[in-house]
Design a protein around this ligand. Structure first.
Ligand SMILES: Cc1ncc(COP(=O)(O)O)c(C=O)c1O
Ligand SMILES: [Zn+2]
Length: 426
């Protein structure tokens, strides 16, 4: 890496910059590389297969770690991309692909960022890493810290879902359950890190979270073969995943790996739609900020209220980068109600065989809404990023899953119960 650039004011900072955010305006930073030098090295495929790793760390030339042996010894990324024909047909779409990130070590996309932060902590000799989380970022940090043999501290809202809390605790993280929201946990974590001198993994605030997340874009491009997809739909809370995906796509473009950039679409819950509202407001005002100055774009916080806990965010911590991703890519931003999210959990499970938590179901519900609004054509190739396993939140799944047929241990009783069932091939 060669340094950083501020996402808000455009100020450059050197590679040995010691802060997390821009010292001029407080904006989040984007890590920069010498793309011309990487390009000059020759065959693009070579940059992406450096070393013995088969996971996200094989994108070595575009990662901010020198010694890949510092990365946790777990397989992060390298997740499958499935063509979901029957699911796509439900929305009148010919080619819907599902990127199943629930197959990461702690069952969520967040492992990509946590592994990157842990690799940097090990390389820099930092002892303690801390982070705030709605649940997944923390459980993934705990998982990576356990694999690396390092202590970690995770700040979560007290009402974090039980499965995520159990993961945190079983991996041995020190868990601070904050009587407040995710946003309260985020701010408290930052203050404690400052006093203690710990490495702060907070999403977006730490620029290296985006570096881990962008690797999913490289994988998607590889998995799509010769032609990139037309769009990638991303479930969005803080906005760090969508901005990471967009950064990965732009880097692939800068290096000549693709000649056409996919759009990125922001999917949010209606009860937590600060980024979506900001995109719509900006578009209504003319799509680019006056004088090209992104500092003038405001993202009004909302009182977040949705059952999709992973994307329940009052004040999106990487909101500006997310708004830029949608606007620059020509993508859409859409918010869907919780009822549509619950139905989408069932649809993805029953028509594609993937069990996801509500936040990811939001992405599918959003794509259906966009298609219904005429904003997506039937023949577009669309990737839906499924960011976390359904086992993270079984309470939500059970709301729409139905109930078993309960019978006595008796053949007639079993046959009688089955009489009412009509078996259909989907
Ligand atoms: C499963 C899942 N999906 C989506 C998101 C949203 O990511 P971001 O907050 O970067 O927008 C999260 C964040 O916690 C998550 O855990
Ligand atoms: Zn700045």
């Amino acid at each position: 890496m060669t340094g950083y650039v501020c996402i808000a004011c455009g100020q450059d900072w050197p590679a040995d910059f010691s802060g997390y955010v821009c010292r001029t305006c407080g904006g989040n930073l984007d890590v920069q590389y010498d793309y011309a030098a990487i390009r000059a090295e020759g065959d693009p495929k070579r940059w992406f297969t450096a070393g013995p790793r088969t996971d996200q760390f094989r994108f070595g030339a575009l990662l901010p770690v020198r010694d890949l042996a510092c990365a946790p010894p777990l397989r992060v990324g390298a997740t499958p991309l499935y063509l979901a024909t029957r699911l796509g047909a439900m929305a009148g779409l010919d080619a819907v692909y599902l990127k199943d990130e629930g197959l990461n070590p702690s069952q969520s996309f967040k492992d990509r960022a946590s592994a990157m932060i842990m690799a940097r902590a090990v390389e820099a000799g930092v002892a303690v890493v801390a982070g705030a989380s709605t649940g997944n970022a923390g459980s993934s940090l705990a998982c990576m810290a356990a694999a690396a043999g390092r202590p970690c501290v995770v700040f979560v809202p007290e009402r974090a879902p039980p499965a995520k809390l159990a993961q945190l605790l079983i991996f041995g993280a020190w868990v601070i359950a904050v009587r407040g929201s995710y946003d309260d946990a985020f701010d408290l974590c930052a203050r404690v890190c400052e006093v203690k001198g710990w490495l702060n993994r907070n999403t977006g605030f730490n620029p290296f979270t985006r570096e881990g997340k962008k690797t999913a874009a490289f994988e998607i491009l590889e998995q799509c073969g010769d032609a990139p997809p037309d769009r990638i739909v991303v479930p969005t809370g803080d906005g760090n995943i969508i901005s990471g995906i967009w950064k990965g796509l732009k880097e692939a473009h800068a290096l000549g790996l693709i000649t056409r950039l996919p759009r990125v679409d922001c999917a949010q819950a209606e009860g937590s739609a600060a980024i979506t509202r900001a995109v719509h407001r900006l578009r209504a005002e003319g799509s680019v900020p006056p004088d090209g100055d992104w500092r003038s774009v405001t993202i009004e916080p909302v009182p977040a209220c949705t059952l999709a806990d992973s994307i329940a965010v009052d004040d999106p911590r990487d909101g500006l980068a997310a708004v830029r991703a949608v606007v620059e890519s020509g993508g859409e931003a859409v918010a869907v109600p919780d009822e549509a999210i619950l139905e989408a959990i069932k649809d993805i499970a029953r028509h594609a065989g993937v069990f996801v938590e509500p936040s990811c179901a939001c992405a599918w519900a959003a794509l259906r809404a966009l298609k219904a609004q005429g904003k997506v054509e039937s023949d577009e190739r669309v990737v839906v990023l499924l960011t976390g396993s359904g086992l993270k939140d079984i309470a939500s799944a059970r709301k729409v899953a139905g109930a078993p047929l309960v019978v006595d241990p008796d053949l007639d009783a079993a046959l009688g119960a089955l009489d009412s069932v009509s078996f259909e091939v989907d």
